[in-house]
Design a protein around this ligand. Structure first.
Ligand code: BTN
Length: 331
């Protein structure tokens, strides 16, 4: 962090700590050991970010309202995690946070580094698809350096899916379902997706980029034509907006809990949580993988996160990656 942004964060912290009263420019300037003009510049820059700060020549400055943004300043104040969010980088607009995270990870960024974007213009979905990421959603990527063999890296999809479903449930009381491997659906429509990318050697993961996208406050009318029937948002289902910051902080907390659980108790305990939200197992499904279309009953998930499908002839097929369609879903 540069000296300037560090000081700006200090000004913000002081304003937050004194939200009910004014704090004089002189006091701020004494505390931070910079001129009153510099303080005024920080306030101006905070206002540009959306902070509503009242100023009076006699009384000084008072924070009236903070914007609902996922900036490092806002996140760091209430972050309760030990690893996730070790570093937080925020952009207004990017192509894809996964791509940026990949560059950072390659250069050695520490575990838990998070790249967040208000909007993505080249958002990436699973299986090489594009992903719709307007500014009302939550889009971010986490750099992880887990002690896992590459074949088990897909277990992280389950970690993220459980954390997402639990966060949605806790904040809204809605009942989300997880469609294998990691799509989160509410009332049969998708609200959230996960894209996990990995850099590994034969027997060792170097790093994993866990990319999460949540349609948080997107209006139905905003979805492009081809998504209207398949996608929804938390706001549409809940009936009102959910604070991005509250959502993000709860999600990070749940994500860390599941990540620690995976490392300490093994995949079985994560899978147990996943089963609570599972809407795939026991159902008749159609799976499109790169090679073929399989139809049958989804019967279980194995240790590598693969879906086991019992085909009509009684044989069991193992699917590592693919798209599952449930017969209850809107297509
Ligand atoms: C899917 O369901 O197809 C996966 C969607 C993953 C979207 C997220 S948004 C943050 C991160 N950056 C990306 O470009 N994609 C993931």
């Amino acid at each position: 962090m540069t000296k300037t942004s560090e000081r700006k964060q200090q000004v913000l912290q002081i304003l937050h700590d004194n939200e009910s009263e004014y704090i004089s420019g002189q006091k701020l300037s004494d505390q931070l050991k910079v001129s009153r003009t510099t303080i005024w510049k920080y306030v101006k820059s905070l206002r540009e970010q959306g902070y509503l700060i009242d100023s009076s020549s006699k009384l000084g400055y008072r924070l009236i309202k903070a914007p609902d943004i996922l900036s490092p300043e806002e996140i760091k104040r209430d972050l309760e995690t030990d690893v996730l969010g070790s570093e937080v980088i925020y952009y207004e607009q990017v192509e894809s946070t996964n791509n940026l995270a990949e560059v950072k990870a390659r250069k050695g960024a520490i575990e838990g580094t998070i790249i967040i974007a208000k909007e993505q213009v080249g958002g990436k979905g699973r299986l090489g698809r594009e992903y719709f990421c307007p500014s009302e959603g939550v889009w971010f990527s986490v750099i992880l350096r887990p002690d896992l063999k590459p074949t088990f890296a897909s277990q992280l999809n389950f970690v993220a899916a459980v954390a997402l479903a639990r966060t949605i449930e806790q904040l809204t009381n809605l009942q989300p379902g997880i469609k294998w491997p990691n799509d989160i659906l509410i009332n049969q429509r998708k609200v959230s997706g996960i894209l996990t990318e990995m850099n590994a050697e034969i027997d060792r993961v170097n790093y994993v980029i866990l990319g999460l996208g949540i349609n948080l406050n997107i209006e139905k009318a905003e979805f492009p034509e081809e998504l209207i029937r398949k996608a929804t948002s938390v706001k549409e289902e809940f009936g009102k907006e959910v604070s991005k910051l509250d959502f993000f902080l709860s999600l990070l907390h749940e994500l860390e809990k599941e990540y620690v659980k995976l490392q300490e108790d093994g995949f079985g305990s994560v899978l147990q949580g996943w089963r609570d939200y599972n809407i795939t197992l026991g159902k008749e499904v159609k799976v499109n993988n790169v090679r073929e279309v399989l139809k049958g009953q989804a019967i279980d998930v194995d240790d590598e996160g693969a879906l086991l499908i019992k085909l009509e002839d009684g044989t069991v097929e193992r699917v590592i990656a693919g798209d599952v369609t449930l017969n209850t879903e809107y297509n």
